[in-house]
Design a protein around this ligand. Sequence first.
Ligand SMILES: [Zn+2]
Ligand SMILES: [Zn+2]
Ligand SMILES: [Zn+2]
Length: 313
Amino acid sequence: MHERALRLIDLIISEALDEIRPSFDPLKGYEYCLRGECEGVGEALEYLYERGYLRKELHDRVASCPNCGSEVFLLRAKCPYCGSLNFSKGIVIEHLSCGYSGLEEEFMSPDGRRICPKCGKELKAPGVDYIRVADIYRCASCKEAFSVPLYSYRCLNCGHEGPMIELVPKEVYKYLVVREAFESDPISRKILDIVRKLADIGYRVEGPRARVKGRSGAEYDFTIAVWLEGSDEPIAVLDFVRGPIDDERLLSFFAKSLDVMAKERILVTQAKDSLMEAKASRLGIRVFELEDEDLVGKIGEVLLSLHVKGSET
Ligand SMILES: [Zn+2]
Ligand SMILES: [Zn+2]
Ligand SMILES: [Zn+2]
């Protein structure tokens, strides 16, 4: 499990957090931060969400860059015909006497009076014989007139540019803590405790759900998988079994742990019985009891003995 996810679990429990909301940074967009730290928090939240410790609720829906997903943009206004930035605002005037309408500049005579280019009469006063009809933009490059510029974006994260219509809606979530997953399940707590302690020792550990690829190419889920740093094959895989272990459970665990080439195979059960333990032992599977006070210590010893053996050969 990620270091960050473990710290997040600590924080959720110790500070009784109910939810984690994203904050908006004008330079980076939405991000998740806890106690001033933001790096890796989003991934850790997603990790816990996938494992049922958090649920998601819609917090915001934003426009995002089609190239990189960022929501931080510089928006630009351009001429919709030629894309030029070089346009200016003008006013459209209608001469009421003759019905002609055109840009204000067409009415301007060199001596500063307003003369209608159609009928040649001088305009008197706004509202009397002429009215301002609309505001309009005039492009200096292509000379086209338009009432709404084309707005385009430049992504401040990746530099991608395009018309705003290209932007992609993106959901931004807040995460809500599923209390029951943390508290009312002693098995989950135990699993997290083991994962945390093994990670502290320096193993690479995944849990409470570890996906491991076997030699056959198939992928298997274990409750916990443990690796030595830099190695692809797990040194140990563990499954936690609620209730007693039956033959089917034992054999399926045996098969998948064999395929992933785990050196140590451990089943942790709530109800240990000696017959099943003997069967497991013949398959090279250790059985530990969930209620065992020293469960973590025993698992640690098994792993340690592997190193010792490994360094001797
Ligand atoms: Zn981008
Ligand atoms: Zn233009
Ligand atoms: Zn006129």
